[in-house]
Design a protein around this ligand. Structure first.
Ligand SMILES: [Zn+2]
Length: 112
């Protein structure tokens, strides 16, 4: 029936208000223990999807502005196995990138 100090792990008597080892106050020890566990559990899958969305947007922007980066990001998106949306848009990004590259080649030929 003993409890443990959340700060140093020292075994304490049930009625203790302060840790006899490190001197920390113990009245909210259950809350503090929860707070300590939460940050390690904070890695959740939705953040990965969010990064895909960022890559999608970056892919389309690059497809128009810097087609070679659009192709690279498009290949990255197509290679994602965990997101069908990323795969589908990756193909579009690559297609747009090639189209813009083709147009810029045409423009260069005209100006030469
Ligand atoms: Zn302690």
């Amino acid at each position: 029936m003993s409890k443990f100090c959340p700060f140093c792990g020292e075994e304490l008597v049930e009625s203790a208000k302060f840790c006899k080892n490190c001197g920390e106050k113990l009245e909210v020890n259950t809350f503090k223990e929860d707070n300590r566990i939460n940050p390690t559990q904070g890695y959740n899958p939705p953040q990965i999807k969010k990064s895909h969305n960022l890559a999608l947007i970056a892919g389309y922007i690059c497809a128009f502005l810097i087609p070679i980066f659009g192709i690279i990001i498009g290949i990255y998106l197509v290679s994602r196995k965990d997101s069908d949306t990323a795969k589908r848009h990756g193909k579009y990004v690559i297609a747009v990138s090639f189209f813009i590259t083709f147009l810029s080649f045409l423009a260069q030929i005209r100006f030469m």
